[in-house]
Each structure stands twice: as structure tokens, then as C-alpha cells.
Design a protein around this ligand. Structure first.
Ligand code: MG
Length: 256
């Protein structure tokens, strides 16, 4: 079921999302060659806890027998890791890397979810273009994230923009409704047919998150049961915000 949030619930969502964005800013400031992904994880966790939130990804169940719950406070996905990279003291980021930080702050019963792909030092022009196209594809989707349009209009706008720019989206993972649960209905694919899917209504809160690859969209999962790589080793970027559908423009809660 797709939930429509009340005014009260929207206020709680705003607060969780505000803290998620604060955690992103703290991580962004700390990113430099030589820092480990675990150090970035600790910075995000401290920012959330200092603001009365907890990192909702920590302990998130894998749902798969034999695969432990997610150990990190963030997902830290470097270069050809698309999503769900596990923070580690052994993983040191270096000049020329790109790193996606996906995090969820949970406070007062509600979740705020966002992801950014950051640059480490000097990167190639093509890597920068991948990051820029990924971010812009989210905003292309936002043109349709309003009352009267359908979910497929958002998906279509994202996928078309990405492909027009020579990149591709992955199909196995998608955006999602969000609220009391990190993952609620509906699923929001990053590609699709316009005019299809549920009609958007004020009060819906959605996590829209293009996951874009520079090469083939085939994915590969590491033996840890979490980390998702591009199969061909090409770069991947990810950009996400939690948004609120309103009577007019969408409100981008994790950018406020
Ligand atoms: Mg996320």
C-alpha cells in the first residue's frame, strides 16, 4: 500500500531528512585522499546521533540466510561499486576515485534517505560527466514528480535522459516509497513507460534514486552478500533524495 502522509508525519519526515542531509555535508567535508570508508561511516553516524537520529542502515537485515545484517551506518560505494558497499578501515580512498555515500537517518519513527556521489581529488572528465548526468537525471524526473502525473512518467524521464547521454541505468534496484519504513511501496524504477503506474498524490513521500553506469548495466554481487559491482568494471554513480509530492512543485526534503 502506498501511504499518504499526514501533516504531522510530514513534519517528522522533514526532520529525519534534514539530518540525513547534514550527515552528507559532514561526510563531504571529510572526503580526501587517504581517508578510509570506515572513517566516513563514523563521521556520518556521529552527525546523526548528535542530532537525535540513528543510522537506519546499521543492522538492516539482508533477508538472505547466511548473510549478516548490514554492518555500516552508510553504504560507501567506490568506483565500480554501484550500491551497498560496506565501510571498511582497509578501504582507503585515493585521488581520482569517485565514491557514492548512501545513508538513512531515522528519528521519531521516520526515515530520511539520500545519496550523493563525491569526487576524490582530480577525476577524469568522463567520470565527472557520469556524476553530472546522474544528478541531472534525478531533476529530469522531478519535472514529473507532481500531482496528476504517474509514477512511470518519473521513471521514463530519468531513463531517457541517462540513455540520451550515453549511459545506462540498472534494472535490479530501484527507488521506493519511504516513511515509517525505509522501503515502502511503490517501487520506483529508473526506466519505464510514461503514463503508466500509480497516479501521484500530495502527501506521498518517495526516495528517487538513479543508479547509473558508464558501461554495461549488468551487475555482479560480491561474496559478502551485499556489495553490488558493475560486471564489466566500469564506473557507476548514484544520486538520491527523499521528496514530498505536493499540490505544486515537489519538495526535496533531503536538500532543505
Ligand atoms: Mg538511499
Amino acid at each position: 500500500m502506498v501511504t499518504i502522509k499526514s501533516k504531522y508525519e510530514i513534519e517528522k519526515m522533514r526532520e529525519a531528512c534534514r539530518i540525513a542531509n547534514l550527515a552528507q555535508k559532514a561526510v563531504e567535508k571529510a572526503i580526501k585522499p587517504g581517508i578510509s570508508t570506515l572513517e566516513l561511516d563514523k563521521i556520518a553516524e556521529k552527525t546523526m546521533r548528535d542530532n537525535g537520529a540513528i543510522p537506519a542502515e546499521k543492522g538492516y537485515p539482508s533477508g538472505v540466510k547466511g548473510v549478516p545484517d548490514f554492518p555500516g551506518s552508510i553504504c560507501a560505494s567506490v568506483n565500480d561499486v554501484i550500491i551497498h558497499g560496506i565501510p571498511s578501515s582497509k578501504e582507503i580512498i585515493k585521488d581520482g576515485d569517485i565514491i557514492s555515500i548512501d545513508l538513512v537517518a531515522y528519528k521519531n519513527g521516520f526515515n530520511g534517505d539520500c545519496c550523493r556521489t563525491y569526487v576524490v581529488g582530480n577525476i577524469s572528465a568522463e567520470a565527472q560527466r557520469l556524476i553530472d548526468v546522474t544528478k541531472q537525471s534525478f531533476f529530469e524526473g522531478m519535472k514529473y514528480a507532481r500531482k496528476g502525473y504517474r509514477l512511470g512518467d518519473i521513471s521514463h524521464a530519468i531513463g531517457e535522459y541517462v540513455r540520451k547521454n550515453g549511459f545506462d541505468v540498472i534494472k535490479e534496484f530501484e527507488g521506493h516509497g519511504i516513511g515509517r519504513e525505509m522501503h515502502e511501496e511503490p517501487g520506483i524504477p529508473n526506466s519505464g513507460k510514461p503514463g503508466r503506474g500509480i497516479r501521484l498524490q500530495p502527501g506521498m513521500t518517495l526516495a528517487v534514486e538513479p543508479m547509473v553506469v558508464a558501461g554495461s548495466p549488468e551487475i555482479w554481487q560480491a561474496d559478502d552478500g551485499w556489495t553490488i559491482f558493475t560486471q564489466d568494471g566500469n564506473l557507476s554513480a548514484h544520486y538520491e533524495n527523499t521528496i514530498l509530492i505536493t499540490e505544486k512543485e515537489p519538495e526535496i526534503l533531503t536538500l532543505a
